[in-house]
Design a protein around this ligand. Structure first.
Ligand SMILES: [Fe+2]
Length: 380
Protein backbone atom coordinates (compact mmCIF):
# COMPACT_ATOMS: atom_id res chain seq x y z
CA UNK A 1 0.00 0.00 0.00
CA UNK A 2 1.48 3.33 -1.05
CA UNK A 3 0.06 6.32 0.88
CA UNK A 4 2.36 9.29 1.58
CA UNK A 5 2.47 10.60 5.18
CA UNK A 6 4.67 13.11 7.02
CA UNK A 7 5.35 13.70 10.73
CA UNK A 8 7.51 16.19 12.61
CA UNK A 9 10.38 18.26 11.18
CA UNK A 10 11.73 17.04 7.84
CA UNK A 11 13.88 18.25 4.95
CA UNK A 12 12.47 20.57 2.29
CA UNK A 13 12.47 17.48 0.11
CA UNK A 14 14.65 14.33 0.28
CA UNK A 15 18.37 15.26 0.28
CA UNK A 16 17.78 19.07 0.36
CA UNK A 17 17.96 21.45 3.33
CA UNK A 18 17.85 18.97 6.17
CA UNK A 19 16.60 20.23 9.54
CA UNK A 20 19.58 21.68 11.49
CA UNK A 21 21.84 19.12 13.20
CA UNK A 22 20.08 16.13 11.65
CA UNK A 23 21.22 13.16 9.57
CA UNK A 24 19.08 11.76 6.80
CA UNK A 25 18.34 8.08 6.46
CA UNK A 26 16.62 6.61 3.43
CA UNK A 27 14.71 3.50 4.48
CA UNK A 28 13.56 1.82 1.29
CA UNK A 29 12.68 -1.53 -0.17
CA UNK A 30 13.70 -3.21 -3.43
CA UNK A 31 17.00 -1.32 -3.81
CA UNK A 32 15.68 2.28 -4.08
CA UNK A 33 12.71 1.25 -6.26
CA UNK A 34 10.14 0.25 -3.62
CA UNK A 35 8.28 2.00 -0.82
CA UNK A 36 10.53 4.55 0.87
CA UNK A 37 10.61 6.96 3.81
CA UNK A 38 13.21 9.50 4.92
CA UNK A 39 14.01 9.81 8.62
CA UNK A 40 15.88 12.72 10.19
CA UNK A 41 18.07 11.45 13.03
CA UNK A 42 19.58 13.58 15.77
CA UNK A 43 22.67 11.31 15.57
CA UNK A 44 24.16 9.44 12.57
CA UNK A 45 22.76 5.89 12.50
CA UNK A 46 26.36 4.70 12.08
CA UNK A 47 27.52 6.28 15.37
CA UNK A 48 27.32 2.96 17.15
CA UNK A 49 29.32 2.25 20.27
CA UNK A 50 29.28 -1.52 19.75
CA UNK A 51 28.18 -4.29 17.39
CA UNK A 52 28.10 -7.86 18.65
CA UNK A 53 26.13 -11.07 18.47
CA UNK A 54 22.80 -10.69 20.28
CA UNK A 55 22.51 -12.50 23.60
CA UNK A 56 19.41 -14.30 22.34
CA UNK A 57 19.06 -16.32 19.10
CA UNK A 58 15.96 -18.00 17.69
CA UNK A 59 16.07 -21.67 18.62
CA UNK A 60 17.04 -24.18 15.91
CA UNK A 61 18.29 -21.48 13.50
CA UNK A 62 21.96 -21.49 12.64
CA UNK A 63 24.04 -19.40 10.29
CA UNK A 64 27.49 -20.90 10.37
CA UNK A 65 28.91 -18.42 7.85
CA UNK A 66 28.45 -15.28 9.85
CA UNK A 67 28.56 -14.86 13.57
CA UNK A 68 26.79 -11.51 13.35
CA UNK A 69 26.29 -8.71 10.82
CA UNK A 70 28.70 -5.80 10.53
CA UNK A 71 30.32 -3.66 7.82
CA UNK A 72 33.31 -5.64 6.55
CA UNK A 73 36.48 -4.69 4.65
CA UNK A 74 38.95 -6.98 2.87
CA UNK A 75 42.33 -6.31 1.27
CA UNK A 76 42.86 -9.18 -1.22
CA UNK A 77 45.32 -7.36 -3.49
CA UNK A 78 48.11 -7.51 -0.94
CA UNK A 79 47.82 -11.28 -0.41
CA UNK A 80 51.07 -12.69 -1.80
CA UNK A 81 49.80 -16.27 -1.95
CA UNK A 82 47.30 -15.34 -4.67
CA UNK A 83 49.40 -15.53 -7.83
CA UNK A 84 50.18 -17.87 -10.71
CA UNK A 85 48.22 -18.57 -13.87
CA UNK A 86 44.51 -17.84 -14.27
CA UNK A 87 43.41 -21.07 -12.58
CA UNK A 88 45.96 -21.06 -9.74
CA UNK A 89 45.40 -17.41 -8.89
CA UNK A 90 41.59 -17.55 -8.57
CA UNK A 91 40.38 -16.65 -5.09
CA UNK A 92 36.68 -16.82 -4.25
CA UNK A 93 35.67 -13.88 -2.05
CA UNK A 94 31.84 -13.83 -1.79
CA UNK A 95 29.06 -16.01 -3.18
CA UNK A 96 25.41 -17.00 -3.11
CA UNK A 97 23.17 -19.08 -5.44
CA UNK A 98 23.13 -16.35 -8.12
CA UNK A 99 26.64 -14.92 -8.10
CA UNK A 100 30.28 -15.60 -7.21
CA UNK A 101 32.88 -12.86 -6.87
CA UNK A 102 36.55 -13.78 -7.42
CA UNK A 103 39.90 -12.06 -7.64
CA UNK A 104 42.78 -13.25 -9.86
CA UNK A 105 46.37 -11.99 -9.54
CA UNK A 106 47.71 -13.47 -12.79
CA UNK A 107 51.51 -13.67 -12.94
CA UNK A 108 51.92 -16.47 -15.52
CA UNK A 109 50.47 -17.02 -18.98
CA UNK A 110 48.25 -20.10 -19.31
CA UNK A 111 48.20 -22.48 -22.27
CA UNK A 112 45.01 -24.31 -21.17
CA UNK A 113 41.68 -22.79 -22.27
CA UNK A 114 38.70 -22.29 -19.92
CA UNK A 115 35.03 -22.77 -20.73
CA UNK A 116 32.48 -21.92 -18.07
CA UNK A 117 29.29 -23.95 -18.57
CA UNK A 118 27.97 -22.85 -15.15
CA UNK A 119 27.94 -19.09 -15.52
CA UNK A 120 28.29 -16.01 -17.69
CA UNK A 121 31.15 -13.83 -16.48
CA UNK A 122 32.08 -10.17 -16.13
CA UNK A 123 35.72 -9.25 -15.59
CA UNK A 124 36.95 -5.90 -14.35
CA UNK A 125 40.64 -5.07 -14.85
CA UNK A 126 42.09 -3.28 -11.84
CA UNK A 127 45.84 -3.36 -12.48
CA UNK A 128 48.37 -4.49 -15.08
CA UNK A 129 47.42 -5.64 -18.54
CA UNK A 130 46.81 -8.86 -20.40
CA UNK A 131 45.58 -10.56 -23.50
CA UNK A 132 42.24 -12.33 -23.52
CA UNK A 133 42.38 -15.00 -26.22
CA UNK A 134 39.15 -16.68 -27.29
CA UNK A 135 37.96 -18.64 -30.28
CA UNK A 136 36.13 -15.42 -31.30
CA UNK A 137 39.42 -13.49 -31.35
CA UNK A 138 41.44 -11.47 -28.86
CA UNK A 139 41.41 -8.33 -26.72
CA UNK A 140 44.09 -6.41 -24.90
CA UNK A 141 42.79 -5.61 -21.40
CA UNK A 142 43.84 -2.56 -19.40
CA UNK A 143 42.84 -0.98 -16.06
CA UNK A 144 39.23 0.24 -16.11
CA UNK A 145 38.10 -2.28 -18.76
CA UNK A 146 35.07 -4.49 -18.23
CA UNK A 147 34.97 -7.70 -20.23
CA UNK A 148 31.71 -9.64 -20.61
CA UNK A 149 32.13 -13.34 -21.42
CA UNK A 150 28.93 -15.27 -22.18
CA UNK A 151 28.51 -18.75 -20.77
CA UNK A 152 30.19 -21.34 -23.00
CA UNK A 153 32.85 -19.13 -24.64
CA UNK A 154 36.26 -20.83 -24.75
CA UNK A 155 39.14 -18.55 -23.76
CA UNK A 156 42.42 -18.19 -21.89
CA UNK A 157 44.43 -15.41 -20.26
CA UNK A 158 47.91 -14.45 -21.44
CA UNK A 159 49.60 -12.16 -18.93
CA UNK A 160 52.37 -11.97 -16.38
CA UNK A 161 50.94 -8.97 -14.54
CA UNK A 162 47.17 -8.65 -14.35
CA UNK A 163 44.83 -8.11 -11.37
CA UNK A 164 41.20 -8.76 -12.27
CA UNK A 165 37.87 -9.10 -10.54
CA UNK A 166 35.66 -11.91 -11.91
CA UNK A 167 31.89 -12.06 -11.36
CA UNK A 168 29.97 -15.21 -12.28
CA UNK A 169 26.23 -15.02 -13.05
CA UNK A 170 24.61 -18.44 -12.65
CA UNK A 171 21.01 -17.70 -13.66
CA UNK A 172 21.12 -15.26 -16.56
CA UNK A 173 23.39 -13.55 -19.06
CA UNK A 174 24.37 -9.93 -18.38
CA UNK A 175 22.20 -7.21 -19.93
CA UNK A 176 22.24 -3.43 -20.19
CA UNK A 177 19.77 -1.72 -17.81
CA UNK A 178 16.65 -0.22 -19.43
CA UNK A 179 17.34 3.48 -19.87
CA UNK A 180 13.70 4.57 -20.35
CA UNK A 181 13.22 8.34 -20.54
CA UNK A 182 17.02 8.89 -20.49
CA UNK A 183 17.11 7.57 -24.07
CA UNK A 184 18.82 4.57 -25.58
CA UNK A 185 22.22 6.32 -25.74
CA UNK A 186 22.28 6.74 -21.94
CA UNK A 187 24.84 4.97 -19.73
CA UNK A 188 26.90 3.71 -22.68
CA UNK A 189 26.48 3.60 -26.44
CA UNK A 190 27.05 0.59 -28.68
CA UNK A 191 29.94 2.50 -30.26
CA UNK A 192 31.73 2.20 -26.91
CA UNK A 193 31.53 -1.59 -26.97
CA UNK A 194 34.45 -3.42 -28.51
CA UNK A 195 34.19 -6.93 -29.92
CA UNK A 196 37.13 -9.31 -30.43
CA UNK A 197 39.46 -8.80 -33.37
CA UNK A 198 39.30 -11.96 -35.39
CA UNK A 199 42.43 -13.20 -37.08
CA UNK A 200 44.09 -16.48 -37.71
CA UNK A 201 46.81 -17.18 -35.13
CA UNK A 202 50.27 -16.25 -36.41
CA UNK A 203 51.42 -19.77 -35.66
CA UNK A 204 49.16 -22.77 -35.10
CA UNK A 205 49.74 -24.70 -31.91
CA UNK A 206 49.93 -28.47 -32.45
CA UNK A 207 47.36 -29.24 -29.76
CA UNK A 208 44.82 -27.56 -27.45
CA UNK A 209 43.51 -28.41 -24.02
CA UNK A 210 40.25 -27.05 -22.56
CA UNK A 211 39.13 -27.24 -18.96
CA UNK A 212 35.35 -26.93 -19.03
CA UNK A 213 33.46 -26.20 -15.80
CA UNK A 214 30.08 -27.63 -14.84
CA UNK A 215 28.88 -27.56 -11.23
CA UNK A 216 32.37 -26.30 -10.36
CA UNK A 217 33.98 -29.54 -11.64
CA UNK A 218 36.62 -29.11 -14.36
CA UNK A 219 36.78 -31.65 -17.19
CA UNK A 220 39.72 -31.73 -19.61
CA UNK A 221 39.13 -31.96 -23.37
CA UNK A 222 42.16 -32.57 -25.58
CA UNK A 223 42.48 -31.77 -29.31
CA UNK A 224 45.44 -32.51 -31.59
CA UNK A 225 44.97 -29.22 -33.45
CA UNK A 226 44.70 -25.51 -32.61
CA UNK A 227 41.11 -24.75 -31.52
CA UNK A 228 41.52 -21.12 -32.63
CA UNK A 229 41.56 -22.29 -36.24
CA UNK A 230 38.00 -21.24 -37.15
CA UNK A 231 37.24 -19.42 -40.42
CA UNK A 232 34.94 -16.77 -38.88
CA UNK A 233 31.91 -16.08 -36.65
CA UNK A 234 28.62 -14.17 -36.84
CA UNK A 235 25.67 -13.74 -34.50
CA UNK A 236 24.58 -11.98 -31.33
CA UNK A 237 26.51 -13.98 -28.73
CA UNK A 238 30.17 -13.05 -28.25
CA UNK A 239 32.52 -11.60 -25.64
CA UNK A 240 32.75 -7.81 -25.53
CA UNK A 241 34.70 -5.09 -23.80
CA UNK A 242 33.55 -1.79 -22.28
CA UNK A 243 35.96 0.72 -20.79
CA UNK A 244 34.79 2.90 -17.90
CA UNK A 245 35.90 5.80 -20.14
CA UNK A 246 32.92 4.96 -22.36
CA UNK A 247 30.36 5.00 -19.51
CA UNK A 248 28.54 8.31 -19.01
CA UNK A 249 27.55 8.87 -15.37
CA UNK A 250 23.96 10.08 -14.91
CA UNK A 251 23.68 13.00 -12.51
CA UNK A 252 21.56 15.91 -11.42
CA UNK A 253 23.12 19.26 -10.56
CA UNK A 254 20.58 19.83 -7.78
CA UNK A 255 19.71 16.46 -6.24
CA UNK A 256 21.71 13.45 -5.05
CA UNK A 257 20.53 10.50 -7.15
CA UNK A 258 20.27 6.94 -5.81
CA UNK A 259 23.18 4.55 -6.42
CA UNK A 260 21.01 2.50 -8.81
CA UNK A 261 21.49 5.27 -11.41
CA UNK A 262 25.07 3.95 -11.74
CA UNK A 263 23.93 0.51 -12.96
CA UNK A 264 26.10 -0.93 -15.74
CA UNK A 265 25.11 -4.60 -16.04
CA UNK A 266 22.02 -6.43 -14.77
CA UNK A 267 21.76 -10.17 -14.12
CA UNK A 268 19.17 -12.30 -12.33
CA UNK A 269 19.72 -11.78 -8.61
CA UNK A 270 22.24 -8.93 -8.75
CA UNK A 271 23.39 -5.73 -10.42
CA UNK A 272 26.87 -4.34 -11.21
CA UNK A 273 27.19 -0.55 -10.87
CA UNK A 274 30.10 1.76 -11.67
CA UNK A 275 30.89 4.89 -9.65
CA UNK A 276 32.70 7.38 -11.88
CA UNK A 277 34.31 10.82 -11.62
CA UNK A 278 31.61 13.49 -11.73
CA UNK A 279 30.74 16.99 -10.51
CA UNK A 280 28.84 17.10 -7.24
CA UNK A 281 25.50 18.78 -6.59
CA UNK A 282 25.69 22.58 -6.52
CA UNK A 283 23.10 24.30 -4.32
CA UNK A 284 23.97 25.00 -0.74
CA UNK A 285 21.98 22.60 1.41
CA UNK A 286 21.98 19.76 -1.14
CA UNK A 287 23.30 16.44 0.14
CA UNK A 288 26.54 15.58 -1.73
CA UNK A 289 27.35 12.31 0.01
CA UNK A 290 25.33 9.09 0.04
CA UNK A 291 22.44 9.22 2.49
CA UNK A 292 22.47 6.72 5.37
CA UNK A 293 20.73 3.49 4.50
CA UNK A 294 20.70 -0.11 5.63
CA UNK A 295 20.17 -1.51 2.09
CA UNK A 296 17.22 -3.67 2.99
CA UNK A 297 16.73 -6.29 0.23
CA UNK A 298 20.38 -6.15 -0.98
CA UNK A 299 23.89 -7.02 0.22
CA UNK A 300 26.44 -4.56 -1.14
CA UNK A 301 30.03 -5.23 -2.24
CA UNK A 302 32.24 -2.36 -3.41
CA UNK A 303 35.63 -2.79 -5.10
CA UNK A 304 37.74 0.38 -4.93
CA UNK A 305 39.62 0.86 -8.20
CA UNK A 306 40.92 4.42 -8.49
CA UNK A 307 40.76 7.93 -7.02
CA UNK A 308 39.73 9.18 -3.64
CA UNK A 309 36.53 7.57 -2.42
CA UNK A 310 35.71 10.60 -0.35
CA UNK A 311 32.67 9.30 1.53
CA UNK A 312 34.81 6.60 3.23
CA UNK A 313 37.95 7.02 5.34
CA UNK A 314 41.32 5.50 4.36
CA UNK A 315 40.02 3.27 1.60
CA UNK A 316 42.96 1.80 -0.33
CA UNK A 317 42.88 0.87 -4.01
CA UNK A 318 42.05 -2.81 -4.44
CA UNK A 319 40.13 -3.07 -1.15
CA UNK A 320 36.67 -4.60 -1.08
CA UNK A 321 33.90 -3.83 1.39
CA UNK A 322 30.80 -5.85 2.20
CA UNK A 323 27.84 -4.05 3.74
CA UNK A 324 25.18 -6.60 4.63
CA UNK A 325 21.49 -5.69 4.66
CA UNK A 326 20.14 -4.53 8.00
CA UNK A 327 23.24 -2.61 9.14
CA UNK A 328 23.44 1.08 8.29
CA UNK A 329 26.15 2.62 6.19
CA UNK A 330 26.75 6.09 4.91
CA UNK A 331 29.42 8.78 4.94
CA UNK A 332 32.19 8.78 7.49
CA UNK A 333 32.09 11.81 9.85
CA UNK A 334 34.98 13.57 8.01
CA UNK A 335 33.21 13.27 4.64
CA UNK A 336 30.03 14.72 6.13
CA UNK A 337 31.82 17.77 7.47
CA UNK A 338 33.76 18.33 4.22
CA UNK A 339 30.94 17.73 1.73
CA UNK A 340 30.12 21.41 1.12
CA UNK A 341 33.75 22.21 0.15
CA UNK A 342 33.81 19.45 -2.47
CA UNK A 343 33.06 20.35 -6.08
CA UNK A 344 33.60 16.96 -7.70
CA UNK A 345 34.63 13.39 -6.98
CA UNK A 346 37.32 11.46 -8.85
CA UNK A 347 36.44 7.99 -7.53
CA UNK A 348 36.14 4.90 -9.71
CA UNK A 349 34.60 1.90 -7.99
CA UNK A 350 32.61 -1.19 -8.90
CA UNK A 351 29.56 -2.06 -6.80
CA UNK A 352 27.81 -5.43 -6.82
CA UNK A 353 24.41 -5.47 -5.09
CA UNK A 354 22.88 -8.91 -4.55
CA UNK A 355 19.28 -9.84 -3.77
CA UNK A 356 20.26 -12.89 -1.71
CA UNK A 357 22.62 -12.55 1.26
CA UNK A 358 26.26 -13.22 0.44
CA UNK A 359 28.44 -15.82 2.08
CA UNK A 360 32.05 -14.87 2.79
CA UNK A 361 34.69 -17.40 1.68
CA UNK A 362 37.19 -18.86 4.12
CA UNK A 363 39.96 -17.21 2.09
CA UNK A 364 38.35 -13.77 2.38
CA UNK A 365 37.96 -14.17 6.14
CA UNK A 366 41.75 -14.44 6.47
CA UNK A 367 42.09 -10.97 4.89
CA UNK A 368 39.39 -9.19 6.87
CA UNK A 369 40.28 -5.86 8.45
CA UNK A 370 38.42 -6.62 11.61
CA UNK A 371 38.10 -3.08 12.97
CA UNK A 372 36.52 -1.59 9.85
CA UNK A 373 33.08 -1.37 11.48
CA UNK A 374 34.61 0.77 14.24
CA UNK A 375 35.69 3.44 11.76
CA UNK A 376 32.28 5.17 12.03
CA UNK A 377 32.40 5.32 15.83
CA UNK A 378 32.64 8.80 17.33
CA UNK A 379 36.26 9.58 18.26
CA UNK A 380 36.52 9.87 22.02
FE1 LIG B 1 24.94 1.58 -0.15
Amino acid sequence: MKIYRKEGQCAERPHLNLPPETYEEELGLEGFFGLVSHLYHRHPPTSWSGIRKAGFQWPQIENADREFLKPECYDPIHDESSSGNFFESGRLMFHNDDVSIWTHQITEAESVYFRNADASEVYFCHQGSGRFESIFGSFEIRPGDYLVVPKGVTYRWQSEDLYILRVESFHSPFRKPETGILGQQALYHEEGIETPKFHQPAKDEISSRIWTQSERVLTEIQYDFDIRSISGWMGTLYPYKLSVKNIAPVMSSIAHLPPSINSTFLANGFVICTFLPRPLEEPHGALKVPFYHSNIDYDEVIFYHEGNFFSRDNMKKGCMTLHPRGIHHGPHPKALSMQHQMKRTDEIAVMIDTEKPLKVSRFARTLEQRDYWKSWMPKS
